[in-house]
Design a protein around this ligand. Structure first.
Ligand code: KG4
Ligand code: ZN
Length: 345
């Protein structure tokens, strides 16, 4: 089965083609980072406009790279929830129109299901085995799921305030780093910052609480920076070596918070497999620490390649293909939904 996947839930316009026999044939992602950078965050109206401009050329490029024509497609999948409604509507409407005109089946995919299944884009011998623990860490979500099977997700814990990526992005903004802060902090901390230079708090330290909280950490950074006499808009007055240590210590607190909860959850559920996915799973320190700790206690861990951790359409095409293979068809009346718990599917 050959499936076209479309993703437009936030600030990436993406299209990908997957073949159930040959794997990923193409994955094209056009990021809007440069468009939103001057505002320091994603502007929903701008995101929707940029998706309109990009959706046709990005899809054409995905078909070209896959070396197939539209008629070869057996089905079409698109993200329908959660995300920015204006952004979602562009990819979703486009995918539905394409499916209708080609007379092919259409299926809507939950963005978080795409992330959770992204490790299946790896070669088969690296696939996770059900049931596994899934940690999603992105700009919009930080959640732990027990993944029992395709389509069977149990929420174990989630952030009660900011997502991990959101906290990193806000920290980056406060320190005057380029947008998005998560990537800039990762880069700066790899230049030799000290993770122990500042003692930042970790939210909900209790073992029996699998939720996350990052707002206290963000406030602690604000106070630390204020104490230095450097307030907003004057961040550039912080010397680079101090900024590097602040970033590295802040990142360390985020990483340790994520790891702590993931390993508490493994302990509590008795699961022996862990999957880490979402944009923040591209973070070098998080990847290294999770792999080191998992090895030490005999947990099998799967983290997708970085390009499949951040938003992409290959994960949507894969999740769509699984649903289409199982006979799911969605009506063209399927609408975009901004918030929808994955476990309600
Ligand atoms: O999954 P994603 O592309 O979009 C959402 O669904 O939210 O995640 C984007 C988030 C942003 O907050 C970005 O700063 C963060 O992922 N991110 C990183 C890295 N690459 C992307 N955070 C830390 N280190 C990275 N290398
Ligand atoms: Zn995402």
């Amino acid at each position: 089965m050959i499936v076209l996947g479309i993703e437009s839930s936030c600030d990436e316009t993406a299209a990908a083609v997957i073949d159930s026999r040959r794997g990923i044939l193409s994955s094209v992602v056009r990021s809007q980072i440069k468009d939103h950078a001057p505002y320091g965050g994603v502007i929903p109206e701008l995101a929707a406009r940029k998706h309109i401009e990009a959706i046709v050329p990005v899809t054409q490029e995905a078909l070209k790279q896959a070396n197939i024509s539209l008629n070869t497609l057996d089905g079409i999948a698109a993200t329908f929830a959660p995300g920015l409604v204006g952004a979602l509507l562009i990819g979703l409407s486009f995918a539905k129109a394409l499916a209708w005109s080609l007379k092919r089946p259409f299926v809507g995919v939950h963005h978080l299901e795409g992330h959770l299944l992204s490790p299946f884009l790896k070669p088969e011998d690296s696939h996770p085995h059900f049931p596994f623990l899934g940690l999603i860490v992105s700009g919009g979500h930080t959640s732990l799921y027990k993944v029992n099977d395709f389509g069977r997700y149990e929420l174990l814990g989630k952030t009660v305030d900011d997502a991990a990526g959101e906290a990193l992005d806000k920290a980056g903004k406060l320190l005057g780093l380029p947008y998005p802060g998560g990537i800039a902090i990762d880069r700066l901390s790899r230049e030799g910052g000290n993770p122990k230079a500042y003692d930042f708090p970790i939210g909900f330290p209790q073992r029996d609480n699998l939720n996350f909280s990052f707002s206290g950490l963000k406030t602690a950074l604000v106070y630390t920076v204020k104490k230095m006499g450097a307030i907003r808009d004057k961040e550039k007055s912080i010397p680079l070596e101090i900024k590097r240590d602040l970033c590295t210590s802040f990142q360390e607190a985020v990483v340790q918070a994520l790891i702590r909860k993931a390993f508490f959850a493994l302990e509590k559920t008795g699961l022996k497999e862990l999957v880490v996915t979402g944009g923040v799973a591209a973070n070098h320190r998080l990847r290294d620490e999770i792999e080191r700790k998992s090895k030490k206690i005999g947990i099998r861990v799967t983290i997708p390649d970085s390009k499949f951790c951040t938003d992409n359409a290959a994960m949507i095409a894969y999740a769509g293909m699984i649903r289409l293979e199982r006979g799911q068809r969605d009506p063209f009346s399927l609408n975009a939904v901004s918030r929808l718990p994955l476990e309600s599917l």
